[in-house]
Design a protein around this ligand. Structure first.
Ligand code: FAD
Length: 473
């Protein structure tokens, strides 16, 4: 270790963010990371623990102490090689991952230790440096396998599966129903968290490896499941879990009530230069906005609504407010179930917890107010608190209450793929119940995290490879 006492001598640094007043005027990235000297110091806080809990908390198994050691010595190129061995898209996870690794860092085990190493920031810096310097990690395979594979869906799971399969010399086509590849990285996560040039770079890299992207093709409609199976050695499903949880209250059918993802996708499109037809446009400008749901999607709606010039943004979450610090039943190194404040929450609006929507009230068919009641967790159940009814003005309601599983748009039935009891695709080590059909990402896990989707994509690629090896005999 370059600085064995680094964790005692150096304090945790916060990433630099663009000033609020400036960033609310555009959709550019908010988080700027850290300048190099500060970053090297942060890497030097890593204790290189005998048992690196961070490593096992990372779904990709990133070898965190090893790249921290190299970064503190300024050896970014070697650090990149180590990081790429587990994580194909570090510049992406380095921006959007909630970093389960940090919750398991030994420096996070006691507040007196000053907080976890800033692993995510270090990861991002390695990824960015590699892109800036055009360090190449992807080599064309020495020989082609002659196997023809199709990946359905180009989110992080599909991209990572396609990358690993192409590296093994297979002939890979990715089908994507949207007009641009990237899944939720492209049309979901706002540009202020993840610039889309980063998704484009990865897609270009895959094209360079011989992967073919066919956008605007909906598997199950434009090409049937049977055709896909008949014309490929394996079919890999990475279609995500986009069926939104709906709000079942009177007034749900009023105009001005929308699913969060429709709102976010439109803004991604505008930033990409597309024109959203006025009659379809979902805009927050000048309106009192209510966002239902306090997760990542809800927070992204807050940031987007503020950038569009909403008059006021109120986030309502059904569950009670999480604690500021770990509760006794949530010890380190578990993922900390604590209150999280995103950069969007910092930008404005209000947040309330423990509120259940009961009715939407409208005028001339358009939502104008949301009626609700406060709830409390009693004996493990949420109960209404009598006398706490409230009404809030609302001209735009965004439903960000999570997702209930993969869409049922025909493809799964056509392929005869079995679902698990939660309605996700049932897959054992990536293999589904249908011959030659594999699945990974949110489609199997349910709506989750980018880092899990990448890990799933890699796992499914290994599984397909093993299947093809066995088939060769
Ligand atoms: C608004 C929002 C913000 C989020 N923010 C974060 C975050 O900050 N950090 C984080 O870690 N996670 C975040 N997540 C979760 C994360 O984005 C997902 O877990 C991840 O993208 C899942 O990857 P995936 O490849 O499985 O699916 P997706 O990214 O959903 O991609 C699936 C792709 O399949 C395509 N597809 C579906 N059906 C078909 C078909 N029949 N034919 C052709 N193509 C098809 C879809 O168009 C899509 O492009 C967020 C999710 C949302 C909704």
């Amino acid at each position: 270790m370059a600085r064995p006492r680094g964790f005692l001598e150096l304090t945790r640094a916060r990433n630099i963010e663009r000033p609020r007043g400036e960033r609310l005027r555009d959709h550019g990235e908010v988080d700027l990371g850290l300048p190099e000297p500060a970053l090297l110091d942060q890497a030097a806080r890593c204790m290189d623990c005998g048992i690196p809990f961070c490593h096992s908390a990372c779904p990709l198994g990133n070898a965190i102490p090893s790249f921290n050691e190299l970064v503190q010595r300024g050896r970014f190129r070697e650090a990149a090689s180590i990081l790429w061995s587990t994580n194909p898209f570090p510049e992406i996870t380095g921006r959007v991952c909630p970093a389960p690794c940090q919750g398991s860092c030994v420096l996070d085990s006691d507040p007196a230790l000053g907080g976890s190493v800033t692993i995510r920031t270090i990861e991002r810096a390695i990824g960015d440096r590699a892109l800036e310097q055009s360090w190449s990690r992807v080599r064309a395979p020495a020989r082609r396998s002659g196997r023809k594979l199709v990946v359905i869906g180009s989110g992080p799971a599909g991209l990572s599966a396609a990358l690993d399969l192409a590296r093994r010399g297979h002939d890979v086509t990715v089908l994507e129903r949207a007009d641009r590849p990237g899944g939720l990285l492209r049309y979901g996560i706002p540009d202020f968290k993840l610039g889309k040039h980063l998704v484009d770079r990865r897609v270009q890299e895959l094209c360079g490896l011989g992967v073919t992207f066919r956008t605007g093709v909906r598997a199950g409609v434009d090409v049937t499941g049977a055709e896909l199976v008949a014309t490929h050695d394996a079919v890999v499903l990475c279609c995500g879990a986009r069926r939104p949880r709906d709000l079942d209250v009177p007034g749900r059918d009023l105009r001005g009530v929308h699913f969060a993802l429709d709102f976010l996708t439109q803004q991604n499109r505008r930033v990409a230069g597309d024109v959203v037809p006025e009659r379809e446009a979902i805009v927050a400008t000048g309106k009192p906005v209510v966002v239902l749901g306090g997760g990542d999607t809800g927070s992204d709606c807050v940031g987007t609504a503020l950038r569009q010039g909403a008059r006021h943004v109120l986030s309502l979450e059904l569950l009670p407010c999480p604690p500021e610090r770990r509760a006794a039943d949530n010890p380190w190194p578990e993922w900390p179930r604590i209150l999280r404040t995103s950069s969007s929450h910092d930008e404005g609006g209000e947040r309330e917890f423990g509120v259940r929507t009961t009715r939407l009230a409208g005028e001339d068919g358009h939502v104008r107010a949301l009626e609700a009641i406060r709830v409390q967790m009693i004996d493990g159940r949420l109960r209404d608190v009598p006398g706490t009814e409230l009404t809030v003005p609302c001209d735009l309601l965004l439903i960000a209450m999570g997702f209930v599983g993969p869409e049922r748009d025909g493809l799964l039935d056509q392929l005869g793929v079995a679902l698990d009891p939660r309605g996700n695709v049932a897959a054992q080590g990536g293999r589904t119940s249908a011959p030659k059909v594999f699945a990974g990402g949110d489609m199997v896990r349910g709506q989750s995290l980018v880092v899990h989707a990448i890990a799933e994509g890699r796992r499914v690629a290994r599984s397909v490879d093993a299947f093809l090896d066995r088939a060769t005999g």
